[in-house]
Design a protein around this ligand. Structure first.
Ligand code: PMP
Length: 323
């Protein structure tokens, strides 16, 4: 997929392999497939078979596994897109160096795109958030998800989708996916999640709290990123560290999906948002990154225990946390 001159309009329409009958091809029919543009990269939608059922969810719940991206996160898509856009605009030329202030997955995505395309890449850890804000004006961020991730989800669902759950950090993912879905599948509800202690959710009253710190990484901010369109979201939910990490651990343990903490936040939200969906309806939850970044963090029981985040089971052997 990471070829230098791949063209989305001509690239081969590779099928997603079926594994254990759980992975989806794109559209359910050739007609569905023809309806949506061919995407360059496709990562599987996997049906959850345990957690939603154990929590009384009736609809079909699928997860979009962005941790399958080669760099391990949803941010690979924007790294590649931003580099391509900068090339088209003439900003990046042979011999150029890309410099990005980021402490997160975006740096990995950009470094990979730079490696493939032959640019030098310097990733710096920002001392001040204001450095990062500048980069969050990059329109390639939501556009990568509008053109690719959003179209891909619809394609894989054959256009039949009732709800999508996407967490917000810069907001590029939810803005891009949300706009594409609202255009092609207007009845579908777009849901987002923001950590308690962050200020991205609407209505603003949802953000009222004494909490000033959260451990969750990748979602939430203390300013409004310019690429985030908060109004593309039909309903916002707040999530605590404990709820998010408990659910991430459950995804790992019960579904075998080696995801990160923001994936747990999205699924914890999905279990609330999709509670009233019927059995003939479908909900897609985006899992942004993999366990790799968190082996010494929430994956460690000791780390969870020290922070009083360890989930427990109640007397009925059901998971209990501050849902
Ligand atoms: N989860 C993780 C782990 C991330 O790194 C990010 C990127 N900040 C997100 C979720 C949210 O993506 P976005 O910035 O597009 O809102």
């Amino acid at each position: 997929t990471w070829t230098k001159d791949a063209d989305p309009s001509t690239s081969p329409h590779t099928k997603v392999p079926l594994v254990d009958g759980n992975l989806y091809n794109y559209g359910t029919s050739e007609k569905d497939n023809a309806q949506y543009p061919v995407c360059r990269r496709e990562y599987p939608l996997i049906r959850l078979n345990h957690i939603p059922q154990s929590e009384g969810i009736k609809c079909e719940m699928l997860v979009k596994c962005e941790f399958f991206n080669p760099g391990g996160s949803v941010k690979d898509r924007i790294g590649y897109r931003m580099v391509e856009d900068a090339e088209k605009a003439g900003v990046l030329k042979e011999g150029s160096t890309i410099i990005e202030p980021t402490s997160g997955n975006t740096g990995i995505g950009l470094a990979m795109a730079a490696a493939v395309k032959g640019y030098r890449c310097i990733i710096v850890m920002p001392l001040k958030m204001s450095n990062e804000k500048v980069n969050y004006m990059n329109p390639g961020n939501p556009l990568a998800h509008y053109d690719n991730t959003g179209a891909e989800i619809l394609q894989q669902c054959g256009g039949r989708l009732d709800m999508v759950i996407v967490g917000a950090g810069t907001g590029g993912t939810v803005t891009g996916i949300g706009r594409k879905i609202k255009e092609l599948c207007p009845e579908c509800k777009v849901i987002s999640v923001d950590p308690v202690g962050s200020i991205l959710a609407l209505p603003e009253s949802l953000n009222d709290t004494d909490v000033t710190f959260y451990e969750l990484e990748g979602i939430g901010y203390d300013f409004l990123p310019t690429v985030l369109d908060r109004h593309v979201v039909d309903k916002w939910y707040k999530v605590t560290d404990k709820a998010a990490f408990t659910m991430a651990k459950r995804l790992i343990r019960e579904e075998g999906l080696l995801c990160g903490g923001s994936a747990g936040a999205a699924l914890a939200t999905a279990l609330k948002a999709a509670a009233d969906l019927r059995s003939d309806q479908r909900c897609v939850v985006l899992l942004p990154d993999s366990i790799r970044n968190y082996l010494t963090k929430f994956v460690s029981d000791q780390w969870m225990e020290v922070r009083n985040l360890k989930p427990i089971k109640n007397i009925h052997n059901h998971w209990w946390w501050d849902k």
